[in-house]
Design a protein around this ligand. Sequence first.
Ligand code: ATP
Length: 238
Amino acid sequence: SAADVLLSVQDLQVSYNNIRAVKGISFDVHEGEIVSLIGANGAGKSSTLRAISGLIPYTGTIAFQGKDLHKIPADQLVALGIAQVPEGRGIFGNLTVYENLKLATWQRKDKQELPKDYERVFTIFPRLKERRSQQAGTLSGGEQQMLAVGRALMSRGRVMLLDEPSMGLAPVLVREIFRIILEINKTGTTILLVEQNANMALRVANRGYVLETGVITLSGSGSELLGNPRVKEAYLGG
Ligand code: ATP
């Protein structure tokens, strides 16, 4: 229903110089859902997330819990409840794993909850626990991806925005990261996922949207889209 819309994107347009990367898309994310945005290279997936994160100019309306995000500075989004796992992971390579996690908590007022949350992250990602004192820049790509997700967990967002969490990961880790996304969702975090790995992204999603050259061309439940002949042909290898 309209009442449980957490994130609402209406007529979003993003342009770089003269190139229109996102051409007026609209979609909603409801409380408790996993919503996946799939599409090929250059379809506008990252631009959509960057607009929600307030990192690039856009037209249209993005509202979170009814608040117009145009009016909110990017550095206040975390405090509002929007946790981000950016493309390229955005971790601080010269800080340790633990310091990276700690940085994500600066805006939290419930500091007494932190020990429990570190424990949760280290339970989900035992490798990060082993490597808590290691410089993050020396982690493997997969471990850095885990750290980026761990950091978003430490910020305790109401919604988590994930940009290509499977990028560059070995198949076994891809399955692992999607298993973890499902687990995070089960504990009450709403998830907006942007992915080129359409198969995995649609398998975990309640709903999905297909983005093609800046336009949403298909939408439906995860299973509807997985069974859609056009999606099969274009994104699932026939
Ligand atoms: P990928 O999966 O390859 O990351 P994407 O769906 O995330 O693709 P975007 O990164 O949003 O796509 O890019 C959409 C379009 O906007 C592309 O054509 C891209 O070249 C263009 N674009 C993105 N960032 C910029 C920029 N900073 N300046 C100019 N053009 C850009």
